[in-house]
Design a protein around this ligand. Structure first.
Ligand code: RB5
Length: 156
């Protein structure tokens, strides 16, 4: 079974989002890509609305992960983290992307189109697709402690 991944961005991130969505759709590790917008620079939907729509799909189990892009990658992460059970990070380097899954069991990766070049973003996403959290690892209790704060512990 491949990943089911939600993509989303505001108009500051739609360039990278579109390219990364294409990458995901053509990767054999991905079964399905669900895009929650926006589709162009002219769409002024605020980044929190897109981020929460994507995060809610992850929280509901409709998708395994989400990839969110805004100008900085910061706003979408802040908004996505408001959804119970969702762990979203902003990461633009290899080590952080790796640890976001392996240490933090983050299901949502956020990047900034104004921060990271598209080719590096593509490489990071390719690495991200191979990462899986080990629930038997010593990090599991720490992630559980996060979940205990937002009431999602039983769902984790
Ligand atoms: C543009 O609205 C910019 O503020 C947004 O894309 C994002 O960077 C916010 O965190």
């Amino acid at each position: 079974m491949g990943w089911k991944i939600v993509t989303g961005s505001d108009n500051a991130g739609v360039g990278h989002k579109s390219a990364l969505k294409d990458l995901l759709e053509n990767d054999p590790r991905v079964d399905e890509v669900i895009d929650v917008g926006v589709t162009g620079r002219e769409d002024g939907t605020y980044y929190p609305n897109v981020a929460v729509a994507a995060a809610e799909k992850v929280a509901a189990g409709e998708a395994d992960r989400a990839l969110l892009i805004c100008g900085t990658g910061l706003g979408v992460a802040i908004a996505a983290n408001k959804v119970s059970g969702v762990r979203a990070v902003t990461a633009h380097d290899l080590y952080s992307v790796q640890r976001s899954v392996l240490s933090n069991n983050a299901q949502v990766l956020c990047m900034g189109e104004r921060v990271v070049g598209l080719e590096l973003a593509k490489e990071l996403v390719k690495v991200w697709l191979d990462l899986e959290f080990d629930p038997e690892s010593s990090s599991a209790a720490k992630v559980d402690a996060i979940c205990a704060y937002d009431g999602s512990l039983d769902e984790a």
